[in-house]
Design a binder for this molecule. Structure first.
Ligand SMILES: NC(=O)c1ccc[n+]([C@@H]2O[C@H](COP(=O)([O-])OP(=O)(O)OC[C@H]3O[C@@H](n4cnc5c(N)ncnc54)[C@H](O)[C@@H]3O)[C@@H](O)[C@H]2O)c1
Length: 467
């Protein structure tokens, strides 16, 4: 795909968005300088190593090594090109608002540029950030630096493909010419460009993520109703998703959404609305449903095992989704801490993610078999392909009690049961319940109202009872 040398580009931030943006533009023929503030990251990148796992990215970085420069020096990056992409992290603050401190640092660190330039915002930021950045640039005597909002929609796990084949490119500019300049970068891509004012471009990104999160919470609520009414959410999602007005995407019931974007961006949009005096009721429900969804697994385990104290539970999958090692806001982290709080002996395995200090108290294993050995239950938390073959005789024989809680509906329930497992998915019929051992008194937190949905209805209570 590499063509003739094109205009050079500068990227601030060597994370998922920055590295993917930088290496994809390098693939398209641009000389790219990537700046980060973490010395080890820059050292590893200079040595040809990626600081995280993303399919296809290592090859792209290697193939374009001659066009990619990595630096810690803000001035070097700022002087290298007219287009300065801001791809720094915007994590949540305690109030749920987006923390823009890294964005302000980028602006503070810009040298006095004596030529025209454009700051291109790829980080996800609250509506109104562009106006504030423009004021900050003016305050620094850099009013000749323009500003364009160019939000990024890539999804981890297929980020390179998403960047190269976007559904759309969004460009919001204060000055028409700046918008033209940024739009031209994407001209080789076969995608529509949405030209907007800066505030609308900022809102498009937040609204898109909020809508995707809403679909996930919606299908999870449908799944929960399926469980108490005897319907199967997989069939329901198939039938709903074939409606061309709705489509099949983001209708997979499971243990709830996680990752560095949906939880943060839904909260940031909710806070943005409430800071402006508007209560975003729907989004508040989407967030709450998601929190409850992660915890429902605990009740499913208690239904079969009674008290979880000293029960060995194998968590299969730690990353927030398959094909990434990203554990930011992963459901596995909430599940592990709830299980530890119940006194369970928690084992965990992920093909790629390495939790480090994040899962203190959890024994991290090197294989599925090691994780399930002697376990009272195996919980599929991440939809890694590797777990599709979980219901094997080897796994069944290794477990103390062959119980699978399939938090991603990866397995065929009938095949799992035929292989000798008790099986319970999300929004699917349960296995007939064997009587619990006499000594297994129900835990005092067996049926917390929080895990039964907002109303804690009698129907839900019945579903979680162990008669
Ligand atoms: N990860 C995704 O899937 C995704 C998708 C779309 C949009 N976004 C948004 O893009 C932004 C970046 O996300 P990410 O996942 O790439 O974050 P990340 O945490 O992986 O990477 C951010 C990088 O910026 C660096 N950084 C911090 N301050 C800096 C500075 N002053 N100069 C240069 N580098 C600096 C950090 O060291 C880090 O390496 C966020 O706003 C996020 O919401 C993320």
């Amino acid at each position: 795909m590499a063509g003739q040398a094109k205009e050079p580009l500068s990227i601030f931030g060597a994370g998922w968005v920055g590295l993917v943006t930088g290496s994809c533009f390098a693939e398209l023929g641009h000389e790219v300088v990537v700046r980060d503030v973490v010395p080890e990251k820059i050292e590893r990148l200079r040595a040809g190593e990626l600081p995280f796992f993303e399919p296809g990215l290592a090859e792209l970085v290697e193939r374009n090594a001659e066009r990619l420069t990595f630096t810690l020096d803000a001035a070097e990056a700022a002087h290298a090109s007219e287009l300065l992409f801001v791809c720094v992290d915007t994590p949540p603050t305690y109030s749920g608002d987006a923390d823009l401190s890294r964005v302000w640092t980028v602006i503070d660190e810009l040298p006095q540029l004596d030529r025209r330039g454009i700051l291109v915002m790829k980080s996800t930021v609250p509506v109104g950030t562009g106006e504030k950045v423009r004021a900050a640039l003016e305050g620094r005597g850099l009013s000749h630096i323009g500003y364009v909002s160019n939000p990024e929609f890539l999804a981890e796990g297929h980020a390179v493909d998403d960047f190269m084949r976007p559904d759309r490119v969004v460009v919001g500019a204060f000055a028409e010419a700046d918008g033209d300049h940024v739009s031209a970068l994407y001209s080789e891509m076969d995608a529509p460009t949405v030209r907007a004012d800066v505030a609308s471009a900022e809102m498009i990104k937040l609204a898109a993520n909020a809508f995707l999160a809403t679909r996930i919470s919606f299908i999870n609520e449908i799944a929960n109703v399926c469980e108490v009414t005897g319907a199967d959410v997989e069939k329901v999602a198939e039938g709903v998703g074939l409606d061309h007005r709705l489509g099949p995407h983001f209708l997979r019931a499971g243990v709830g959404f996680g990752g560095s974007c949906f939880p943060k961006d839904t909260n940031a949009l909710k806070q943005l609305a409430s800071n402006s005096g508007y209560h975003f009721q729907l989004l508040s429900a989407v967030i709450e449903v998601n929190e409850l969804q992660k915890r429902r697994v605990i009740n499913k385990l208690q239904k079969y095992l009674g008290r979880l104290r000293e029960k060995r539970i194998a968590l299969l999958g730690l990353a927030f989704k398959a094909n990434t090692d990203d554990m930011r806001e992963a459901p596995s982290v909430v599940l592990a801490s709830r299980l530890l709080a119940e006194g369970a002996d928690v084992r965990a395995y992920d093909p790629v993610a390495r939790p480090g200090e994040l899962l203190r108290g959890v024994s991290v294993c090197e294989s599925v078999l090691e994780a399930v050995r002697g376990a009272d239950a195996a919980v599929i938390v991440t939809d890694w392909d590797e777990f599709r073959s979980l219901a094997s005789s080897e796994v069944r024989d290794a477990m103390r009690r062959p119980l699978i809680i399939d938090g991603r509906n990866l397995l065929d329930p009938e095949a799992a049961r035929a292989a000798g497992f008790d099986y319970e998915g999300i929004g699917r019929a349960s296995s007939p319940l064997a009587a619990l051992p006499e000594t297994d008194e129900p835990s005092s937190v067996d049926v917390p109202s929080e895990a039964m949905g907002q109303t804690g209805s009698a129907e839900n209570a019945e579903h979680f009872s162990r008669e």
